[in-house]
Design a protein around this ligand. Structure first.
Ligand SMILES: C[S@@+](CC[C@H](N)C(=O)[O-])C[C@H]1O[C@@H](n2cnc3c(N)ncnc32)[C@H](O)[C@@H]1O
Length: 155
């Protein structure tokens, strides 16, 4: 088992590459929902993931409903600037999925409306509209790993 990061229609290859590196470092599985804003052989994507791509458990999907279908019975958490609960207020467990939206628009409002109790937010000042996608994913997954004592990771 592992934690899971789901990127819904990511647009910027450097962010996805950066998240792939975090996934390789933490044993987190990465799920990419198309359409992607880049080609999978994009040089920036590869560079941001360095030579760690081989260590990433990566799956592509044509729609978010394919992810929902595959992970029935798992808990989904949706990261959004529009959420009203702190990401640190939940107790995470092995197998949880963390879903992140695209850089320009975030997650679709319908997805947020359908899951009102599963929305998580990283507190911010009023000086910015959002955090960077790759930073958001790292913050959430490391909180989940901290809570579960960093399973399978070296100190
Ligand atoms: C650059 S942000 C998208 C900004 C978009 N305008 C919005 O308001 O959602 C990309 C993704 O990072 C995550 N994110 C960024 N800042 C966040 C925050 N403070 N709390 C929770 N998620 C955040 C969300 O998943 C978001 O969909």
């Amino acid at each position: 088992m592992a934690f899971h990061i789901v990127l819904v229609e990511p647009e910027i290859p450097a962010n996805t590459g950066n998240i792939a590196r975090t996934c390789a470092a933490t044993g987190t599985h990465l799920h990419l929902v198309r359409p992607l804003g880049f080609r999978t052989d994009d040089a920036t994507l590869k560079r941001a993931g360095l030579d760690y791509w081989y260590a990433v458990n990566l799956t592509y999907y044509d729609s978010f409903s394919e992810v929902e279908e595959r992970f029935k019975g798992h808990r989904f958490f949706y990261a959004s600037t529009r959420a009203n609960k702190r990401y640190s207020d939940f107790e995470y467990k092995d197998g949880d999925l963390f879903v992140f939206g695209k850089e320009t628009k975030g997650l679709p409002q319908e997805l947020l409306d359908a899951n009102p109790n599963q929305l998580i937010r990283m507190p911010m000042t009023d000086k910015v509209r959002s955090l960077n996608l790759a930073n958001s994913a790292a913050i959430v997954v490391y909180e989940a790993l901290r809570q579960t004592d960093f399973p399978g990771m070296l100190d």
